[in-house]
Design a protein around this ligand. Structure first.
Ligand code: ATP
Ligand code: MG
Length: 423
């Protein structure tokens, strides 16, 4: 039997990984400007954590979780998202006691049992951000702006920030009832999924992806007309702050998000090109009672998570050029004596920080030069019998074609200075 990878997961191979590393490095750079620090929670947790935070009636908990009993009989789940773990960790390590505003971000794999298709995997990667400890709409605006700045740095265009307010414990229950009565006469026209959502999670009907349901949703009461005065004020403030830094957005009252813990500001960033119905590049919002729900102190939070695969698939070509590292030197060694020298010489050059490649098995001049070309090495260093006798090696610039004889004694210094003169 041939062993193959599991359906819906994939290897990220060299050639592709450079894009991932670049996106990560940009994230580290931009997020740290805003004072966010990285956290690495484990990828599995007790199942209850996700059930209680994400919500029993959500698609994720009902259908998508990888849950199993471990050998000790514990119910374990591979994390389907990151916020729950970050909140658990925040409480467990009493971070609230250290800093009134805790700003964290994470990278890593998430697991959901979904139907694999373009842009939808069973193991996928998210980059997420959580700011915990402030109810201020300024945080909402700052975090969304940070995200947009990050996207700009990646060269992404044609993105749209869509925001909405979901109300709070005060106003949402009433809206929920208003919505239900408005939906009731349409139940027969709505899809089976929405019929199930009707009792348990009627807000989700608003973002159903079935076309006919979407049309009906457009005619339903809007949450923005049912917000309490605090929520209304806060939402207006968020927009003011976004305007103040020219972060453009539209208000889309059909954004409800699939997770129960969201309240007040929620948002998505939509790519207007290239992803079809999997067009949500990023989503997030405020979760003011999640920490309390886990018996932590009252701690309002705001965060987002974005799928890395979808993000990478829309990166502009010009930003992806030259991400693969070129060797500084390719060592071309001819003959047995030269071959013996190859390892100490590569070692010597690597020790000063250069990227050096060579053909372990030796081979003809032609085949070694071909490999140097294939790797787009900047220089080749040619060592044959004559060179060993005269203690003069040949250094060749693979871009310009010029070549120099350099003394074995001063090899490292000369190579370094020739490389520098190219930069
Ligand atoms: P969708 O509506 O596409 O299922 P979602 O609402 O389930 O998305 P979230 O739970 O908010 O998504 O996760 C945040 C981001 O993670 C999404 O915007 C998307 O980019 C990405 N994402 C979610 N599920 C998957 C998946 N199965 N494969 C790849 N990326 C995903
Ligand atoms: Mg989903």
């Amino acid at each position: 039997m041939k062993i193959k990878s599991i359906k819906g997961v994939k290897d990220i191979l060299p050639g592709e990984i450079e894009k991932w590393q670049w996106v990560e490095s940009v994230a580290h750079r931009i997020f740290s400007r805003y004072g966010f620090k990285e956290i690495r929670p484990p990828i599995f947790e007790y199942t209850d954590l996700f059930k209680r935070s994400i919500g029993d009636t959500t698609d994720i908990v009902e259908k998508e979780m990888y849950t199993f009993k471990d050998k000790g009989g514990e119910e374990i789940t591979l994390r389907p998202e990151g916020t729950a773990s970050v909140v658990r960790s925040y409480i467990e390590h009493k971070m609230h006691g250290q800093n009134p505003l805790t700003k964290l971000y994470y990278f890593g794999p998430m697991f959901r049992y979904e139907r694999p298709q373009a842009g939808r995997f069973r193991q996928f990667y998210q980059i997420g951000v959580e700011a915990m400890g402030s109810p201020s709409p300024a945080i909402d605006a700052e975090v969304m702006t940070m995200l947009i700045e990050f996207f700009k740095e990646l060269g992404l265009r044609n993105l749209e920030l869509q925001i909405n307010s979901l109300g709070c414990k005060e106003c949402r229950p009433q809206y929920r009832e208003t919505l239900k009565s408005a939906i009731k006469p349409h139940l027969q026209e709505l899809c089976t999924n929405c019929n199930q959502r009707y009792e348990r999670n009627p807000l989700r009907i608003l973002d159903c992806k079935v076309e006919r349901d979407g049309e009906i949703a457009k005619g339903l009461p809007k949450i923005k007309d049912h917000l309490c005065s605090q929520c209304e004020q806060d939402f207006a403030q968020v927009q003011k702050f976004l305007d103040a830094v020219n972060t453009s957005y539209i208000v889309n009252d059909q954004i409800v998000r699939g997770l129960d813990y969201y309240n007040k500001t929620t948002f998505e960033v939509i790519s207007k090109t290239g992803l079809g119905s999997q067009n949500a590049v990023c989503g997030g919002g405020r979760y003011d009672s999640l920490v309390e729900d886990f018996d932590g102190p009252p701690t309002p939070g705001f965060g987002f998570a974005r799928g890395r695969e979808r993000l990478i698939s829309i990166l502009p070509e010009e930003k992806l050029q030259g991400l693969e590292q070129r060797p500084d030197i390719y060592l071309v060694c001819l003959g047995e004596e030269a071959q013996k020298l190859a390892f100490p010489i590569t070692h010597q050059l690597r020790a000063v920080g250069l990227y050096v490649e060579r053909e372990i098995e030796g081979g003809s001049m032609k085949s070694q030069m071909r490999k140097a070309n294939k790797l787009a090495s900047r220089f080749t260093l040619i060592i044959g019998e004559n060179e060993i006798k005269s203690k003069q090696y040949v250094l060749k610039n693979m871009d310009g074609g010029e070549q120099w004889e350099i003394a074995a004694d001063t090899l490292t210094e000369e190579v370094q200075s020739r490389l520098k003169s190219l930069d």
